[in-house]
Write a protein that binds this ligand. Structure first.
Ligand code: TYM
Length: 346
């Protein structure tokens, strides 16, 4: 495999409230990566419409996710921030990848099965094809690294399978046109840290999710201090005090989740948290967690509210980002078209 230029890409859907899982599993890590790498962060509105979205609500959600990126510390002068539908190469490459990916691969995707539920015949074709568009998002930039939460792991494996099959199927043209052994990198997923899978506050065996009907299951980025305090205090726990070591969290999903959230908010490990709180009762630990969560999330929520009050500014950030994104994706798509054998306007 030839060396590809290091490039980070990730995306967040503008559907429903952003929550602590999105922040700790993804957005907070996006911010940290800017110091080391060139980064592209996308509001994936084309993915959003795989499930019905009320149009006016979708517009405001796109701006709200953008505001969350900026409020969390993504610098749009350094990183590229844009919404997917403004860069036509995503959808164009997705079509080509539809003809590379196999039905059998998509049939194995667990997220489609969860989201389509029992009424699969009535799911949109887009929902089924979702992971192919995701591969196109990443590979339109030939991105080498993708920071995501644990729930995206299977989609990133599919992205690698598509890249590999494209590289194999078109190996002759790729070499002839001077791209060496491979046109697409085999992108590395970056899944990690203490909050790769933040769980529901009501049930430590289920993922914290935008679609959970109970708002008490999640902390939203826009929750105020009172809401954060109430939700943490009501969070499900067990009857034991906290263990002194991380091994003691095995088979205690709710305790494990709260300690993981504390660790991720505080840039620490579970072990470090338990060094301070091992032996503590949940009442004391939850008090400390409320203080920490309010200190870390309060300023982000407040800045998000300020930014969504200035949609003109947000839209200019997105337009500037889209132009810079397209400047990278367009030549890549032109090369892909040559590799596939299309005749191109020159
Ligand atoms: P989305 O919008 O569902 O979630 C955005 C990011 O948040 C992470 N995440 C979590 N992390 C930890 N614990 C949780 N409970 C939790 N819930 C969500 C997700 O893993 C994700 O990183 N398919 C993607 C969007 C996407 C994308 C891409 C991502 C489209 N194209 C290309 C990367 C690269 C999604 O639905 O994320």
């Amino acid at each position: 495999m030839p060396a590809f230029k290091e490039l980070v890409f990730s995306g967040v859907q503008p559907t429903g409230n952003l929550h602590l899982g999105n922040y700790l599993g993804a957005i907070k890590r996006f911010v940290a990566m800017q110091a080391r790498s060139e980064c592209i962060y996308c509001v994936v509105d084309l993915h959003a419409i795989t499930l019905w979205q009320e149009p006016a609500e979708l517009t405001s959600q796109i701006r709200e996710v953008t505001a969350a990126f900026l409020a969390a510390g993504i610098d749009p002068a350094r990183s590229i921030v844009f919404n997917q539908s403004q860069v036509p190469q995503h959808a164009e490459l997705a079509w080509i990848f539809n003809c590379v990916a196999r039905l059998g691969w998509l049939n194995r995707m667990t997220q489609f099965k969860e989201k389509a539920g029992k009424d699969r015949e009535n799911a949109s074709v887009g929902l089924y094809d979702y992971p192919v568009l995701m591969a196109a998002d990443i590979l339109a930039y030939r991105a080498t690294h993708v920071p995501v939460g644990e729930d995206q792991k299977q989609h990133l494996e599919l992205t690698r399978d598509i890249a590999q099959k494209f590289n194999n199927d078109f190996a002759g043209a790729i070499a002839e046109q001077g791209h060496g052994e491979a046109f697409f990198p085999l992108t590395e997923p970056l899944i990690g840290g203490p909050a790769a899978r933040v769980m529901s506050l009501r049930d430590g065996t289920r993922k914290m999710s935008k679609s959970d009907p109970s708002d008490y299951s999640r902390i939203n980025l826009t929750d105020d201090a009172d809401a954060i305090a109430q939700k943490v205090r009501k969070a499900k726990t067990d009857a034991e005090p906290l263990p002194a070591e991380a091994a003691g969290l095995d088979r205690r999903p709710e305790a494990d989740n709260l300690v993981g959230i504390f660790a991720a908010l505080n840039d620490a490990t579970r072990e470090e948290v338990l060094r301070d709180y091992g032996g503590a009762q949940f009442s004391a630990f939850k008090g400390a967690l409320v203080d920490l969560a309010v200190a870390k999330l309060g300023p982000i929520g407040a800045e998000m509210k300020r930014l969504v009050g200035d949609p003109g500014h947000i839209d200019r950030v997105l337009a500037d980002g889209a132009a810079r994104a397209e400047a990278i994706a367009a030549p890549n798509l032109a090369a892909v078209k040559d590799i596939v054998g299309f005749v191109r306007r020159r």
